[in-house]
Design a protein around this ligand. Structure first.
Ligand code: GLU
Length: 472
């Protein structure tokens, strides 16, 4: 039985690596976390010096820079940061973004401090990491994670640029920045969008859908979401508004709400912002024991909050035939074994939530190229489309053919792709390609019966060839 987050990820890794012929020592080299830096720093706040503990862990440098978010939570600890860094390594390899894996964390309750105080703390943490090259466009590029967002990334970017005034690529030192500070359109929604694209890709093959005991499309599927933070909210919002899913329950910190007819995700999100929780949301039933809803009847369960929420104690009771891991590590390795035995299909975190780092990669490329995506080609594309539409309309007039292009078609076809469209297209392409690489292993190898093991096999294979190519 694996105890602890790192041990759980390692157990899943070993299960897959054991099926591969990696050669002596390479398996161990890939698995271990290369280094973890712990820093304790003081900040003078409210008339006293407060000491904070932060981490930046580098799991694998087979590609550089290394990449991964910075988490702000009281529960942050070395084991967690190392487990999350290892998941970043596998995730980046799986979706083919050219990075090694890293993760950072600060032990802090972000809600206990006001904005100005958080800025002082963040800048000081960033200073400690920057001066040791643990934030650097070529070496280590953080991003948002739980408890952080665009605001913190803007402070980190500014701090780096103040300390490296002649680095023309300074903005690429961190991703997830606001648009007006070097960010990219579509980064905030990216992880949730990726969850949606992953589900769409899964539902494209009826054979796979049948394996989960389901049929048809996403339309009308009953979905339970745990955690309506940035990832859970965007996933639920897009699935409800664009794919016709019915969000039957939402689990939050203060409990859960459910309604068989479906909950309005946007309204629940607003209610949480105004009231600090889901309790009191009109037209739904409140359940103070939120975790109980993980075990409720539904078609798709989306854990989008913390690690370890589906464990040996509740896995056997999970009724959802399909789980998609929007969070990192929501299913422990023990629970994973129980779910496998039950025939539950789990779309694993390293694939399901890779939308964030994928769009982070696009942002980093944008920063290094110093130009917004689509700026050069958008109007040229529109002009070529206009030529075609004009010609078709001329032909129809010349031959007196009584047809007309609908104005809806014309407005869609004539619009050249801007940054947001390009980012979504790049993300969709990435999610489709990554799923196909997992699927190939899943469907062709007799010794691989689940998507997580298949994903590990793909990721480990790529990391191994990268190590072999460059030597150690
Ligand atoms: N924190 C996110 C993750 O766990 C994003 C990482 C990134 O964009 O670098 O994947």
């Amino acid at each position: 039985m694996a105890t602890g987050f790192s041990a759980s990820v390692d157990a899943m890794f070993e299960r897959a690596a054991g099926l591969m012929d990696l050669g002596p020592g390479l398996q161990e080299k890939i698995r271990v976390c290369n280094a973890t830096y712990t820093v304790r720093f003081g900040v003078r706040l409210r008339g006293a010096i407060h000491t904070f503990t932060g981490y930046r862990s580098v799991h694998s440098e087979h590609m550089e820079p290394v990449k991964g978010g910075i988490r702000y939570a009281l529960s942050v600890n070395q084991d967690e940061v190392e487990a999350l860094a290892s998941l970043m390594t596998y995730k980046c390899a799986l979706v083919e973004v050219p990075y090694g894996g890293s993760k950072g964390g600060l032990c802090i309750d972000p809600r206990a401090w006001d904005e100005h105080e958080l800025e002082l703390i963040t800048r000081r943490f960033a200073y400690e990491l920057i001066k040791r090259d643990m934030i650097n466009p070529a070496q280590n590029v953080p991003a948002p994670d739980m408890g952080t967002g665009e605001r913190e990334m803007a402070w980190i970017s500014d701090q780096y640029q103040r300390m490296n005034t002649t680095d023309i690529n300074g903005r690429a030192c961190v991703t997830g920045k606001p648009l007006n500070a070097g960010g990219i359109a579509g980064r905030v929604e990216a992880t949730g969008r990726g969850v949606q694209y992953a589900l769409r890709e899964f539902f494209r093959t009826s054979e796979d859908v049948a394996e989960a005991g389901l049929s048809g499309t996403l339309d009308g599927k009953r979905v339970i979401v745990q955690g309506l933070g940035n990832v859970g909210f965007h996933a639920a919002h897009f699935l409800q508004t664009e794919d016709g899913c019915r969000i039957t329950a939402i689990i939050e910190r203060d409990g859960a709400i459910h309604s068989p007819g479906g909950l309005d995700v946007d309204a629940v999100h607003l209610h949480i912002q105004e009231n600090g929780g889901v309790k009191g949301f009109p037209g739904a039933t409140f359940e103070p024991d939120g975790a109980a809803l993980l075990e409720a009847e539904c078609d798709i369960l989306i854990p989008a909050a913390l690690e370890g929420v589906i464990h040996a104690g509740n896995a056997a009771n999970i009724k959802a035939p399909l789980i998609i891991e929007a969070a990192n590590g929501p299913v422990t390795s023990d629970a994973d074994a129980i779910l496998r035995d039950k025939g539950t299909i789990v779309i694993p975190d390293m694939y399901a939530n890779a939308g964030g780092v994928t769009v982070s990669y696009f942002e980093w490329v944008k920063n290094l190229s110093h130009i917004r995506f689509g700026r050069m080609q958008r109007r040229a594309e529109e002009a070529r489309h206009q030529l075609l539409v004009d010609e078709l309309e001329r032909l129809s007039r010349a031959r007196d053919v009584p047809w007309e292009l609908s104005s809806d078609f014309k407005s869609q076809y004539l619009r050249g792709a801007g940054e947001l469209e390009l980012v979504r297209s790049g993300l969709d392409d990435t999610m489709r390609a990554a799923f196909q690489s997992i699927r190939e292993v899943w469907r062709t190898r007799d010794d691989v019966s689940d998507l997580r093991t298949a994903a590990f096999v793909v990721a480990i294979g790529r990391i191994a060839s990268s190590y072999r190519a460059k030597g150690l």
